[in-house]
Design a protein around this ligand. Structure first.
Ligand SMILES: NC(=O)c1ccc[n+]([C@@H]2O[C@H](COP(=O)([O-])OP(=O)(O)OC[C@H]3O[C@@H](n4cnc5c(N)ncnc54)[C@H](OP(=O)(O)O)[C@@H]3O)[C@@H](O)[C@H]2O)c1
Length: 313
């Protein structure tokens, strides 16, 4: 089978012929049809995220999100059938998705939601769970009957465009932050209002917010003044300032929180249910073939993707 591999940090991924892996007990073999790019993929491959996010060489296969068909079931796997369409965010930090055949555990695996294609199903797991956990767990937004006012910074990105829809589906009033070219997209996804960050004084008349979910690495001190007294600011790209504020939170009210993905099948199932009900849509920014992985990374690392960058396998 073919896979894209790296033998050192910073090199371009190369097409490699590898033996077909076999699933162990409690694992499945997936014939991959699509993967989606997340910034963790190219950050890990660059080596800049070491030692937190190291890679094992030679033959490191990057990538985490995938959708495909079950090719074989390991011993003890029940409730799934060969040929079934599934998607997952591979667990751990060992990558592995950029290949034709991938062994996956069941801890983050779900059948693909009805009505989705492989590209949309591949685009959902990592970004969707990060969006869900940031809103529900860090910001304590109730996922039904929410009356809060929510600001999503980076509303057109992989995480942000799903966070806009999740907050809206929860009932919240959502303000999305994006640049001019993405205003229509963010409105279509359900934002009640849109802040164009390229304009001067973009937040005039918008505050206060009960929840601010930052998906672009903003400084919390720029936004704390926009929160209600009990409001929360969470970031899925937490810099030192977020961790410093979060440490202070231990002795004060919990206001600033880092979001670190905890990939799990239950949360992927929550997202799948919303997709099946037509309340959550994965927007596709662009598509590349497996051999175009370096170009897919370049698109993602440009910081300009609106929705998800997909690799068709
Ligand atoms: N902590 C975790 O577990 C976790 C999980 C997932 C992701 N992450 C991190 O979260 C970050 C976001 O991930 P992602 O997949 O959403 O990235 P992404 O899809 O690459 O984000 C691109 C989007 O960001 C928007 N953007 C850039 N600068 C902006 C600004 N100043 N204000 C508002 N929007 C801006 C861009 O819109 P414009 O072109 O309109 O500017 C673009 O649509 C990444 O750094 C990723 O590593 C962390």
């Amino acid at each position: 089978m073919r896979a894209m591999t790296l033998d050192s940090y910073g090199m371009a991924p190369k097409l490699t012929e590898l033996p077909v892996p076999s699933p162990g007990p409690g694992q499945v073999l997936v014939r991959v049809r699509a993967t989606s790019i997340n910034p963790i993929d190219w950050k890990q491959a660059s080596g800049k995220a070491r030692p937190l996010l190291g890679a094992k060489f030679p033959g490191f296969i990057p990538g985490y999100d995938l959708a495909g068909e079950l090719e074989a079931l390991g011993a003890g796997v029940t409730g799934l059938t060969v040929g079934q369409r599934v998607h997952t965010r591979l667990s751990g930090t060992r990558g592995g998705a950029s290949a034709e055949l991938v062994v996956a555990g069941l801890d983050v695996l779900q059948p693909m939601p009805e009505g989705t294609d492989f590209a949309q199903a591949a685009g959902l797991p990592l970004a969707g769970m990060t969006a869900l956990q940031g809103l529900r767990d860090a910001c304590r937004l109730p996922m039904t009957g929410a009356t809060q006012r929510v600001l999503i910074i980076g509303a057109s990105g992989g995480v942000g465009h799903l966070a806009v829809q999740l907050a809206r589906a929860a009932g919240a009033s959502v303000v999305g932050v994006c640049s001019t070219r993405n205003v229509d997209l963010v409105r279509r996804l359900g934002a009640t209002d849109v802040v164009d960050y390229t304009k001067s004084a973009p937040y005039a008349g918008q505050a206060p917010f009960d929840v601010i979910y930052d998906c672009v690495g903003s400084s919390p001190s720029d936004f704390l003044g926009l929160l209600t007294p009990k409001g929360r600011f969470a970031s899925c790209l937490p810099g030192p300032a977020v961790f410093a504020h979060a440490a202070l939170n231990l002795v004060r009210a919990r206001k600033v929180l880092p979001v670190l993905l905890d990939a799990n099948a239950a949360d992927l199932g929550v997202l799948d249910a919303l997709v099946a009900k037509g309340k959550l849509e994965v927007v596709i920014d662009s598509r590349f073939p497996l051999t175009g992985l370096a170009a897919a990374w370049a698109r993602s690392s440009s910081g300009r993707a609106a929705g998800k960058v997909i690799v068709d396998v």
